[in-house]
Ligand binder design. Structure first.
Ligand SMILES: [Zn+2]
Length: 446
């Protein structure tokens, strides 16, 4: 039998942990693995990290002994600070470059001097842009990212910096458990290997998705995961149910499908985006899906910093960084159903099973590490051939495009309003727009 405690004491003898320790020496560690059979390395990784944390800092315990999750209002991007009851901190993403100052000020205010784990969910600038601010002002324990190959010069620059400074770095893999101490665990549920390919945005689709677990509390952090990722996550539905959901991709309509929300069943959702951002986030479709699922939604652009605090049995949400006593909202944490079977009523389970070829209810399909077959909406269009998707509903006011753009929008689309008047080309019908050689824009789906 594998006994983690004994294994830990006899680290040198234990084949799993010694493997982990050996690999610590390299610049980028490949730990865990991508399939079910690899839960042990995941646990070992968690233990190893925990051991690492316990050695490297004694942990300044928080006065109130509460878990805090701060969704920082840093403009168009993500930045989430997690502080465990033992005082250890994890920073998930660092917003756009302009966020560096906000993050610095916010963390200083909380008297944080060390970021024990700096995690970048995926290599897009709105998620790691403030990296200089983080590394310059705080001691960083470990750097974690999905190791998705991404050639952006700025991202490469950050990786070079991390290597030069000898900052420990890890690759997040499915089934790893990152232990933040004080009973707070981050369970990595994506990306799985092989990486999702040929999606709308491969970098987004291979975001790190984690579920934070603390006593009864479950919080799902989704990075910029899009529907292909959601589809993959639904193959292991036991890791989805959560009280709080960090809405993926700033509330874009490419994420938060109705079905996915049905699996997560959050009570509270937080969207992190900038005021009047040029992507039109959060998208009204995503918001209405959340509303229909009965989720109370906070948007950082509107509410400012959103802070969730929990003692493990109750959750308090306050905005603009205020304290628990000034909470806008609080809820009792009920036990969440753990399995798919418990999660749904029999009728809806049967319905969902039918949609998955009758297999899902009894069998969760291939483990997350394997590539599932693609559902229809995920099929990639053949290259070179232009396939025009059917229009969901016609635009009464016609269509508009920028003269040099290959895409056209509905006239009501926010993006269309940003096109300078002089550069606009108008079309009365969709057909005419398509005949001009343009394709429907992905934001308003005309
Ligand atoms: Zn993003």
């Amino acid at each position: 039998m594998y006994d983690p405690k004994n294994c830990c004491q006899e680290a040198k003898k234990c084949p799993i942990l010694s493997q982990v320790y050996q690999r610590f020496g390299k610049t980028r560690k490949k730990l865990g693995s991508s399939s079910k059979e690899s839960m042990l390395p995941g646990v070992a990784f968690g233990l190893a990290l925990f051991a690492l944390f316990s050695i490297s800092f004694a942990g300044s315990a928080q006065a109130n002994g509460m878990l805090e999750i701060h969704f920082l209002s840093i403009g168009q991007g993500d930045s989430i600070l997690i502080r465990s009851p033992s005082g250890k901190t994890a920073l998930v993403d660092a917003g756009p470059p302009s966020a560096a100052r906000i993050i610095k000020r916010y963390l200083r205010k909380l008297n944080i001097k060390k970021v024990n784990m700096f995690l970048v969910s995926h290599p897009h600038l709105d998620h790691y842009g403030g990296w200089r601010g983080v590394f310059r002002n705080f001691q960083v324990g470990v750097y974690v990212d999905p190791a998705f190959p991404y050639p952006s010069p700025m991202y490469q620059k950050m990786l070079r910096f991390i290597r030069r400074r000898n900052i420990k770095s890890f690759t997040a893999r499915i089934n790893q458990v990152l232990d933040l101490g004080g009973g707070v665990k981050l369970r990595v549920t994506a990306p799985s290997r092989p990486f999702l390919k040929r999606t709308r945005s491969d970098a987004n689709s291979n975001s790190i998705v984690m579920r934070l677990e603390y006593k009864k509390l479950r919080v799902l952090l989704t990075g910029d995961a899009e529907m292909p990722t959601e589809y993959r996550l639904m193959r292991q539905p036991q890791w989805l149910p959560s009280h709080l959901l960090k809405v993926a991709h700033h509330g874009s309509h490419h994420s938060s499908s109705k079905k996915f929300l049905g699996y997560v069943r959050p009570k509270i959702a937080v969207v992190s985006c900038g005021k009047n951002n040029r992507y039109g986030h959060p998208h009204r479709d995503a918001l209405s899906r959340l509303r229909r699922a009965g989720v109370k939604t906070y948007v950082t652009a509107r509410h400012g910093h959103v802070v969730a605090r929990s003692n493990g049995t109750r959750l308090w949400i306050s905005t603009r960084g205020r304290s628990k006593d000034q909470a806008d909202h609080s809820l009792d944490l009920s036990d969440l159903p753990r399995t798919f079977g418990e999660a749904l009523s029999k009728a809806s389970a049967r319905q969902a099973a039918a949609a998955h070829g009758g297999s899902l209810y009894h069998d969760h399909g291939p483990p997350l590490g394997q590539q599932p077959e693609r559902p229809r909406w995920f099929k990639h269009r053949p290259r070179g051939k232009q396939v025009i998707p059917p229009t969901p509903y016609p635009s009464r006011r016609g269509y508009v495009a920028a003269r040099k753009s290959k895409h056209f929008h509905r006239r009501s689309c926010r993006q269309a309003k940003n096109i300078p008047k002089k550069k606009r080309v108008y079309y009365r019908t969709r057909r005419r727009a398509i005949r001009s050689g343009r394709r429907p824009a992905s934001d308003c789906l005309p």
